[in-house]
Design a protein around this ligand. Structure first.
Ligand SMILES: Nc1ncnc2c1ncn2[C@@H]1O[C@H](COP(=O)(O)OP(=O)(O)OP(=O)(O)O)[C@@H](O)[C@H]1O
Length: 315
């Protein structure tokens, strides 16, 4: 992490066991202020357990953490909870109350006076674009709209650190898109967000940095950094017809270190894609190979994840 930003969350050697089962093991990471950080991993990886420990809802077996400058200990529970807000996996709203009544109830729990509460409720409803639905009963709302109300609820206290546990779980593509837009918008307030998800494209779109969790931390970094760390740079080539002597063709281009593929499709490993791509294009043109496509290979976060899991497998 860049040393110029103070950490909003620091986690050192955090572990949680439930009896014999190790849910989280020796977790260490930092999240900078205003950063959107994605905790990624398959079902049972320990994501929710981590969030619950950081929000003082669950006591770690070992290790320590500091959230918004406060050491996470049982004695500091109230101080930590003043500084964090959790949007849990299930919205936790009262179905028979209206949107506004739900928010008023939670605002009272946060100890806001009624005028102050009304002002804040108006703000968060605007923020999640639900002002016009404020009098609707929660039971009449779609899952996507309920999730927006859950987000409004999490925003009510105006906490500097927000934990979003699987925020788009079970939503259809349109609702997913809307909730993601809202989360992306929170960035402008400088809120630090720890988001758990097993949807890699979600993390890719929303997060500055991600950590892959499988009880232990497998890797952490910016998605592009992780890609670079795991994959040799390469160029994808698609041609109009087969190449006669690929060894000869690729072999004479400076900066090409290897290739896979055959006939009209190749993935060419290179030292530096920006330098080598024009040289490769020249060589192909000289060999009268019609170029259909020539571009640096893209590795999605999913590729990164699969590569990491492959590296982890024994043998
Ligand atoms: N209260 C509990 N008692 C016993 N085991 C638990 C408890 N909470 C979680 N676990 C176990 O700890 C492990 C991690 O669970 P956790 O819910 O943190 O994973 P997750 O990454 O959030 O998964 P999901 O994506 O399914 O929500 C799992 O094996 C789970 O069964």
């Amino acid at each position: 992490m860049g040393g110029d930003r103070q950490a909003a969350i620091e986690v050192i050697g955090l572990s949680k066991r439930f009896g014999e089962r190790v849910a989280v093991e020796d977790l260490t990471f930092e999240i900078g202020q205003g950063e959107v950080f994605g905790l990624l991993g398959p079902n049972g990886a320990g994501k929710t357990t981590t969030v619950r420990m950081l929000a003082t809802l669950l006591r770690p077996t070992a290790g320590r953490a500091r959230v918004a400058g406060v050491e996470v200990t049982p004695e500091n529970g109230a101080r930590v909870r003043e500084r964090v807000s959790v949007m849990p996996e299930t919205p936790g709203l009262y179905a028979r109350l209206s949107v506004e009544e739900n928010l008023r109830l939670f605002a009272c729990l946060y100890g806001r006076g009624s005028r102050e509460a009304d002002r804040r409720i108006g703000e968060v409803l605007d923020e999640v674009r639900m002002a016009e639905r404020r009098r609707d009963l929660v039971s009449t709302l779609s899952k996507g709209l309920r999730q927006r109300v859950a987000l409004a609820r999490a925003l009510l206290p105006g906490a500097p650190v927000l934990f979003l546990d699987e925020p788009t779980q079970g939503l259809d593509p349109a609702a997913t898109h809307e909730v993601r837009e809202l989360i992306a918008g929170l960035r402008t307030h400088g809120t630090t967000i720890l988001l758990t998800t097993h949807r890699l494209e979600e993390a890719e779109r929303l997060c500055d940095r991600v950590a892959f969790l499988r009880s232990r931390l497998i890797a952490a970094g910016r998605p592009d950094e992780l890609r670079r760390r795991l994959f040799t740079p390469s160029i994808d080539v698609e041609l109009a017809g087969p190449v006669q002597e690929p060894d000869k063709l690729f072999g004479r281009v400076d900066g090409i270190t290897g290739w896979v593929g055959d006939r009209d499709r190749y993935q060419v490993s290179v030292t530096d894609p920006r330098r080598v791509a024009p040289l490769l294009a020249d060589a192909l043109v000289s060999a009268h190979a019609g170029i259909v496509h020539l571009a640096e290979s893209e590795h999605s976060l999913e590729d990164v994840y699969l590569e990491l899991v492959r590296e982890e497998e024994p043998g």
